[in-house]
Design a protein around this ligand. Structure first.
Ligand code: SF4
Length: 350
């Protein structure tokens, strides 16, 4: 019954608001939300959609940092609304502006960070972290552009600070051939600087992880190899390096979707990423077999917060002239944050 009501509200909002309304949904959202959206995508695809749209209201069904990124890139007069304001992200919560300032201060004991270090932030960060990166001359990256952006960063300064996903950082560093002894990890909970190691580090990683992707273990890959030797293993680069090393393929959400959906009929895939995406891939591609790499498939609890009735409440508000849960970024944060995102778009468009 509830689902019928929400579907009605979506239809009514589309009728009444027409092109002034754009509904976006991340791949990890519930099926009912994805079905109600104009577009589904990963965080960058959705931000690009938002930036290219002239809609007055962009309803972003995802987690907060994604809606914030859309708000940073939004045009004058556009409003970004999020159905659940409490939809956070374990990874994005691992870092903030003050803790970055503290690291910068600590680093100045063994180097001149403003001259020697360039920061690179994964897009899974809040706007204030993107603003820090923008102010210090750095750029954002996505899981698919991390390698390109890191190469760009090393072409500008001898050292790179990569935040906040240590595994994406390390997996990318391995692809670039950066030796282990030139990589250090900064743990903000135990801010103890190993002066000697940091002094010779080329890559400084932040000790952040995604609680979903960290759940995949090397034992999972070994079990699949044993039980389903015909299966190929494909994982997201937020997974542990030990898992990435054992996998057949590694890539962003878009890469995983493209690889699985274009594989020959009869292919078998064990997928190491969020479960809603994995089960949707299985449902929508019956000619291939798709299952989770983990025995207990991990869901993102923040992504799961958005229920159809939350979307219905936002749309119902718009129909009655009320803008609920508007995501706003103050101009002093928005401008440098936009700079770090625009640099990423420029680097990756070459
Ligand atoms: S899957 Fe991981 S990175 Fe993505 S929103 Fe959830 S916690 Fe954050």
């Amino acid at each position: 019954m509830e689902r019928i009501v929400v579907t009605d509200v979506v239809a009514e909002a589309r009728r009444a608001l027409g092109e002034r309304l754009l509904i976006l949904a991340h791949h990890y959202q519930r099926d009912e939300i994805v079905e109600a959206a104009d577009y589904r995508g990963d965080s960058l695809e959705l931000s690009r959609r938002a930036a290219a749209s002239d809609a007055r209201w962009i309803v972003f069904c995802g987690v907060h940092f994604m809606a914030e990124t859309a708000a940073v890139l939004a045009k004058e007069g556009q409003r970004v609304l999020i159905p659940r304001e409490d939809a956070g992200c374990f990874l994005a919560h691992s870092i903030d502006y003050p803790s970055l300032m503290e690291l910068w201060r600590v680093l100045s004991d063994v180097m001149d960070p403003d001259e020697e270090v360039i920061p690179v932030a994964y897009v899974n960060t809040t706007a204030d972290v993107k603003a820090f990166v923008g102010e210090k001359g750095g750029a954002c990256c996505t899981s698919s552009s991390a390698e390109t952006v890191l190469r760009w960063a090393f072409s500008r300064r001898p050292r790179v600070l990569f935040v906040p996903d240590q595994y994406l950082g390390r997996n990318t560093a391995r692809r670039l051939g950066i030796p282990e002894e030139e990589i250090v990890v900064w743990d903000p909970r135990f801010p103890d600087l190993d002066r000697e190691r940091f002094a010779r580090a080329r890559l400084i990683l932040w000790r952040g992880t995604c609680n979903v992707h960290v759940r995949f273990l090397p034992e999972d890959v070994r079990r699949v190899r044993r039980e389903r030797p015909e299966a190929k293993v494909i994982v997201h680069p937020e997974c542990r390096p030990e898992v990435v090393e054992l996998a057949d393929e590694v890539g962003s959400t878009s890469y995983i979707i493209k690889t699985v959906t274009t594989s020959p009929p009869g292919s078998v895939w064990a997928v190491g990423t969020e479960e809603r995406l994995v089960s949707r891939l299985a449902k929508e591609n019956p000619e291939v077999e798709v299952f989770s790499l983990a025995e207990v498939p991990p869901f993102c609890s923040y992504m799961s917060l958005t229920r159809p009735e939350d979307l219905g409440a936002i749309l119902g508000g718009l129909l009655s002239g009320e803008e609920r849960n508007v995501v706003e970024v103050p101009p002093e944060i928005r401008e440098p944050a936009r700079l770090s995102l625009e640099r990423m778009l420029e680097i990756t468009s070459k």
